[in-house]
Design a protein around this ligand. Structure first.
Ligand code: SAH
Ligand code: SF4
Length: 428
């Protein structure tokens, strides 16, 4: 979602006549678009600000802007303003559309501005977007989050849920397909809440069923909440042509005790039941997840439950995180915080188990053929292509640059933990 916001910022900035450069030394403007989900993301930004503000010494008209989730927290915005004199513009998540005006103000009046809104003012439909890819595109369907999982800062910095209308989403997807895009990722913190704020209350299944009729392409979504992943949705996906067999279902923890303290609203058993249904309904679904290690009060026994779910669900990939206390969230002030070395030890055990499963699942693909959407060429050679299966698995194989953005049948001939090697079918 932050990546897509950055595409919108880029669109607005390009519309003002700026050109993109990959070298910050040459830039007249740098915008840091930030994330605050974990502390590490925040400290990286502070380091970057420290480095980038030095560019002012060589270029007196250089402008440095910081926006996004991190600066949506008023205390952080204030801290940055006071501690880093070189930052010219500070903005939040709700006023991203105001960026061009803030930039004009700084350019003409030569003084720093800080503008962070408490609330969003509806859903904006007309901002320009400079997409960073020509094959895959992101499309927002719902903004904000109402879930308030106890570890998570997102609802505080992204506001309450608000959905775009089916019509405007549909228009955007049609436009993308007309431009030749082949893979559309629908975005939302919880896509399963889609439609609740709209008058005729369409739900996420309705939206998928509608978008499925728009053409021949790959349709994905992120993120769905395991609590709301219904049988009806599984059915709509199974009956569609375009919705891919890729399921990102953030587990966070496998222990009922911890899941409850996290406010996630499912149980280990209901989660595994849903996973079973997916394995029954689809021949080769790709299953991924997010897991937090070391949530306050997590015991060895709780952690064993997480490992148990990982063994049973057999994820293709898991994004694993050390619990990071976020100021203002309920979990940050819970008593029994887990010591860092215990978190690390558990994290490493989880990683080793998951890596083994990822490798085994990739090895099971060897000898089979998959439809691959070619996304690009490798950095080292334009005869080495990289693409993805419908499930989202990355495959590298030899081919021609003209294959890029095309579908090719590729046989998997080798497997590693995070990638596959393939061979294009003869005559393709
Ligand atoms: N809306 C999505 C993702 C939100 S943030 C969802 O519900 O899954 C992405 C991931 O970051 C989360 O799934 C969670 O695993 C992780 N995360 C969020 N807050 C965290 C925290 N305080 N510490 C560690 N990881 C966290
Ligand atoms: Fe955070 Fe939970 Fe909302 Fe995801 S669903 S953004 S983890 S509060």
């Amino acid at each position: 979602m932050s990546e897509h916001d950055a595409e919108t910022l880029a669109g607005m900035i390009e519309a003002m006549g700026y050109e993109r450069t990959n070298e910050s030394e040459k830039a007249d403007l740098v915008v840091l678009h930030t994330c605050c989900v974990r502390e590490k993301a925040e400290s990286k930004v502070l380091t970057r600000i420290g480095i980038l503000k030095r560019l002012k010494e060589k270029n007196s008209s250089f402008i440095l802007a910081v926006g996004g989730c991190m600066t949506q927290q008023k205390s952080v915005a204030k801290y940055i303003k006071q501690s880093f004199k070189g930052v010219d513009i500070i903005f939040g998540t709700h006023n991203i559309h105001r960026f061009p005006e803030l930039l004009e103000e700084v350019k003409h009046r030569r003084h720093a501005v800080l503008e962070v809104w408490d609330e969003p003012d509806g859903v904006r439909e007309t901002l320009p977007v400079a997409r960073s890819d020509k094959t895959k595109a992101y499309v927002n369907i719902i903004y904000g989050c109402n879930n308030f999982c106890t570890y998570c800062i997102v609802p505080y910095v992204r506001g309450r849920e608000r959905s775009r209308s089916v019509e405007s989403i549909s228009e955007e997807v049609k436009g993308l397909l007309d431009q030749g895009y082949k893979d559309v990722m629908l975005l939302g913190q919880n896509v399963n809440s889609y439609g609740k704020t709209l008058e005729d209350r369409p739900d996420f299944s309705d939206l998928l069923t509608h978008l499925d009729t728009l053409g021949d392409y790959r349709l994905r979504y992120m993120t769905s909440h395991p609590r709301d992943f219904s049988g009806r949705l599984i059915e709509s996906i199974a009956n569609s042509n375009n919705v891919c067999e890729q399921f990102h279902l953030p587990l966070q923890s496998g222990s009922n005790n911890i899941i409850k303290k996290m406010h996630r609203g499912y149980t280990k058993e209901s989660y595994l039941e849903m996973v079973d249904k997916i394995y029954q309904e689809f021949t080769e679904p790709v299953l991924t997840t997010d897991i937090i290690v070391g949530f306050p009060g997590e015991t060895d026994e709780d952690f064993e439950d997480t490992l148990d779910v990982v063994r049973k669900a057999r994820y293709d990939l898991a994004y694993t995180f050390l619990y990071s206390p976020r100021e203002g969230t309920p979990a940050a002030t819970m008593d029994d915080q887990v010591p860092q070395e215990v978190k690390m030890e558990r994290f490493n055990r989880l990683l080793a188990l998951q890596n083994q499963i990822s490798l085994e699942k990739n090895q099971a693909m060897v000898g089979k053929e998959y439809e691959v959407l070619v996304e690009g060429t490798s950095k080292t050679s334009d005869k080495i292509l990289t693409g993805r299966t419908r499930g989202g698995k990355v495959i590298n194989f030899a081919g021609e640059p003209s294959d890029v953005r095309q579908l090719r049948m590729v046989e998997v001939v080798g497997a590693r933990t995070w990638s596959l090697q393939g061979k294009i079918r003869q005559g393709e």
